[in-house]
Design a protein around this ligand. Structure first.
Ligand SMILES: [Fe+2]
Ligand SMILES: [Fe+2]
Length: 171
């Protein structure tokens, strides 16, 4: 068994080989590296990236709260499981972002009424939210000069594209 560490969320993973996706943030396998090789060089955040990360944090918290709400209203086990996991992944993205901003993680509520009553409407809204996140993060990536910020947005765009595919053709 080996010790791996995710370059995006910085969580650990114990296993014989790197998972296809980080179980915490969903980053793809190339970001799962052996802990002994892990290191993030220090850097200074530009004002533009600070603003964009703050915007991204709001999006991730909103999406996490939406998914926890949707999980509670799902009408089948698969979607309840999927929405709950998506809520945890988007929460992990929020944790990832606050590490770069060096600020505390704001509260993420699991009880807010911020989703639809019908499961199918939540599948549709999931798709819209992921699509919107991808568009925002693509813009933020284009504006980022710092290697670390570019790495984070690149990885999170890939993850949100995975999430988009989950609801494709479902509504
Ligand atoms: Fe991760
Ligand atoms: Fe997502």
């Amino acid at each position: 068994m080996k010790v791996f560490k995710c370059k995006i969320c910085q969580e650990g993973y114990l296993g014989d080989k790197a998972p296809t996706h980080c179980p915490f943030c969903g980053a793809h396998q190339p970001y799962m590296i052996e802990a002994k090789d892990f290191g993030i060089p220090g850097y200074k955040l530009t004002d533009v990236s600070r603003r964009n990360l703050e915007e991204a944090l709001k999006l991730e918290i909103g999406n996490a709260e939406f998914y926890f709400c949707a999980a509670g209203r799902a009408d089948n086990v698969t979607d309840a499981t999927m929405f709950k996991r998506l809520g945890k992944i988007e929460s992990e993205h929020a944790s990832t972002i606050v590490k770069e901003l060096e600020i505390p993680l704001p509260d993420i509520s699991r009880e807010k009424d911020m989703c639809n009553d019908a499961n199918v409407d939540n599948l549709k809204e999931s798709h819209q939210r992921e699509d919107s996140a991808i568009k925002h993060y693509t813009k933020f990536l284009g504006e980022a000069k710092e290697e670390r910020v570019r790495e984070i947005f690149t990885a999170i765009i890939e993850i949100e594209k995975d999430h988009l595919s989950l609801t494709e053709g479902r509504f």
